[in-house]
Design a protein around this ligand. Sequence first.
Ligand code: ADP
Ligand code: MG
Length: 402
Amino acid sequence: MTGPSDLAAPADVTAGATADVAARATAGFRSRYAAEPAGRWAAPGRVNLIGEHTDYNDGYVLPFALPLRTVVAAATREDESWTVCSELDDDPVEFGPDAADEPGRVTGWAAYVAGVVWALRDAGYAVPGARLAIASDVPLGSGLSSSAALEAAVLAALVDLGGLDLPAEKQPRLAQRAENRYVGAPTGIMDQSAAIRCRAGHALFLDCRDESVEHIPFDLDDAGLAVLVVDSRAPHRHADGEYAARRRSCERAAAALGVPALRDVAVADLDAALDRLPDDETRRRVRHVVTEDQRVLDTAALLRAGRVREIGPLLTASHASMRDDFEITVPEIDTAVEAALAAGSLGARMTGGGFGGCVLALVDAGRADAVADAVRDAYAERGFTAPGTVTVLPAAGATRLG
Ligand code: ADP
Ligand code: MG
């Protein structure tokens, strides 16, 4: 989903590997406020390993955190107001309790920060006034969830600085409210859950119906594997309208089948359910969601059993389902997946809501560069804008850096 996107150039996905984002946040704080921060808090971007468009159908998702992070350097102040600056904007934004208490008053990128202050205050917490400086390696608007990384880092900072009694398991819901209600972007709970709750070397199995989570070992390093993330750089074509259309179609199908959500259709009953649906398009939409839920469960089972290499075909099947049944891929994305598979990936798929965004490929660690080269060559052949690429291992969720 798109939020207010008022910042020009997105960071390059390849930048994260080298730049010292924590040092940049500290430097930003010092130069803006001529003072030392009390601490620095980091939260990661994420990719969804598998489980696309399952969240609003009450189903399952399996994200993991990236080693690309947003860092907030912060300190409290005497008065009850908040000033925030980002390395991506020359102008700091300042707001007081009046603006914080009225969703929509602070606009643009700082709305994500004001939204966190609003959500905390709305839940009855005494939020300390603070100065904050933000730096990030998470590219904006590429589907790696820079918005949730920002919310999670700010939330961690304010909770810590204020000594607020808000355990990690309750933080995703609050950060989600900030984005839904203050910023006005209708996202599910996955992004914030990943940014806050992920663990290094693990994927986060999330049941979107009851919001229960399980940390499942996803030790790529141990298995000699890595995930290559490709930022497709495809322009987001009609993404919001198409997302809404898919959602409506799923809700109508659930109503027609007499179930609360498509999650309640078991794979074993799929054919019978499809027979009861009115048209081919709806049948394909339902088939994607029901089989995708099963693929998440199958992936989770393989990971629990330590059979990491074997998840590849599930990833590739997920992509085919998104391309053919849910119809949410675009030529750049399909090109990246095909090139990654042809170059020897164990599996590859689009990740995120579709119509652009990123692709992930499971690769033997030693093959990651060759696969990235193959994707770039395939892009060049078709005249697409060069993709961004980065090789990742599952990283930790939000944390204080000191
Ligand atoms: P995504 O979450 O996929 O990156 P969104 O559109 O949901 O895309 O969120 C991107 C928006 O989040 C940006 O347009 C900006 O408003 C805000 N944002 C994210 N990271 C930063 C940052 N480091 N500094 C300022 N704003 C940021
Ligand atoms: Mg987002």
